[in-house]
Design a protein around this ligand. Structure first.
Ligand code: FPP
Length: 257
């Protein structure tokens, strides 16, 4: 873990935070509102969290906005989510750019409605050279499709002689994933209390610290984020080895579990 001066005062700030934003529908149903209102409130939570991450100076924030499985929802809900994405980019793009934020979209976004593709490409293009924080939106994303895409891409390089089979290792394969230029998430937050990964960054979260809260995404605030970061900072990340005090003075080989 690295040490860094930052706005939170925590020594061990996560470099990369990933979030499964869940509970929009339940938040709305509880208030007798249509599910779409939950997504709209969820958009406000995105703004709060992005602002906090910019201030804290995390290197990367990744949000699971629409999974490859979310197409199974009613057409009207899917279409509302697409419109919300456009609204979000229209409203926030300029400010994100001014804050030197680089927007990436992970997933097969070419299959989205053309108006979404256009907005996404505008956002990616405008912020391409920004460096303060990577803001990654996983849209029409699934981790298994990401891995299959990576295998195909590596296979193409193999067939065309750009790589050798014996050079393939975890580091090289990681270069074929959306996260190729970023550290793996240090912290994965999931709201609304479910204990599952939902096909999100399966390769990359091998050693990620999980933080799950019952709070639904529309209710998620900067304070919740700071609590997650504070809890993370106290965790003892051993990556399969032993913690430092137990290793002192001993030549301990780490076990890969
Ligand atoms: C999960 O809640 C949330 C989603 C499937 C979509 C996340 C979308 C947003 C936060 C809104 C806007 C997005 C952007 C990028 C502007 P759920 O509907 O599955 O909640 P439930 O489990 O309570 O039904």
């Amino acid at each position: 873990m690295h040490k860094k001066e930052n706005a939170t005062g925590f020594e061990n700030l996560p470099r990369h935070i990933a979030i499964i934003m869940d509970g929009n529908g339940r938040w709305a149903s509880k208030r007798l509102l249509p599910r779409t209102m939950g997504h709209r409130e969820g958009m406000k939570a995105i703004k709060r969290v992005v602002e906090a991450c910019i201030e804290i100076k995390v290197q990367a924030l990744t949000l699971y906005a629409f999974s490859t499985e979310n197409w199974r929802r009613p057409k009207s809900e899917v279409s509302y989510l697409m419109d919300l994405l456009i609204e979000f980019l229209n409203r926030e793009l300029q400010e994100l750019h001014e804050n030197n934020i680089k927007i990436n979209v992970w997933g097969d976004y070419y299959s989205l409605p053309p108006k979404c593709v256009k907005e996404i490409e505008r956002a990616i293009e405008l912020t391409r050279n920004n460096q303060a924080m990577a803001f990654n939106l996983a849209i029409n994303y699934g981790s298994r499709p990401e891995i299959v895409r990576g295998v195909k891409s590596w296979g193409r390089d193999l067939l065309e002689g750009r790589v050798n089979i014996d050079d393939l290792d975890e580091d090289l394969f990681s270069k074929y994933l959306y996260t190729h230029d970023l550290p793996d998430p240090d912290l994965l937050i999931r709201t609304a209390g479910e204990f599952r990964l939902s096909n999100f960054l399966l390769w990359q979260v091998a050693y990620t610290e999980l933080w799950i809260t019952d709070v639904s995404w529309p209710e998620f605030t900067r304070e919740h984020l700071l609590q997650a970061i504070s809890d993370y900072a106290k965790r003892d990340r051993r990556f399969g080895g032993l913690n430092n005090s137990k290793q002192e003075g001993k030549n301990v080989k780490s076990k890969n579990i």
